[in-house]
Design a protein around this ligand. Sequence first.
Ligand code: PRP
Length: 209
Amino acid sequence: MIRGAYSLTIALPKGRNFEEAVSVLRKAGLEVPTLQDERVMTLGQQGGTGILLLRNADVPVYVDLGIADAGVVGKDVLLESGRDVYEPVDLGTGICRISLIRHPDSTGPIRRVATKYPSFTSRLFKERGWALDIVELSGNVELAAVTGLADAVVDVVQTGATLKQAGLEEVEVLAHSSTRLIVNRQALKLKSQILRPLITKLRELSGKI
Ligand code: PRP
């Protein structure tokens, strides 16, 4: 049973952002063991810092519902999740943007958009008064614009290499994203002796103080 086993529980995303998140937490003074096996779900010694290894989109869920006290996740994921978590530090890494992307041959009105960010996209276009059919996909979203599944896609652009390779055009930047520390609002009060210094240290490290 994991619940209550750690003095502080942190949710981290597996995959490309994992190493960077671990590195910044270590610099801030937390002891984080090395991940040896990708199938492992938790890291850490009883009584110390516990790490829950999750999919990106699940990090805000675990933090909002208080299973994790804090987490590290991209702003893009937060914008989609709509979870009410405290977001005290912009770590300044993982800089990317969520953009509207089209194939240059697709010039008609945008009626159908494919995306991994359906809530964000629907909210944004509703504000603009655009009635769109939103198709939720879970990966390789660009392919929807290439194949004509959708008139446009809303997806992450980091280096722009994927777009270039697929021959697509970035029409508009809809939001900017970078990696954030998120904290459960109740944990911030109950574990302030651990979380406040961690927040201060991470702000210093990211040059925000
Ligand atoms: C993201 C995004 C783009 C790519 C953009 O995909 O969906 O495909 O990165 O990065 P770039 O501008 O540096 O090329 P990710 O690799 O996270 O996987 P996915 O396509 O399976 O969602």
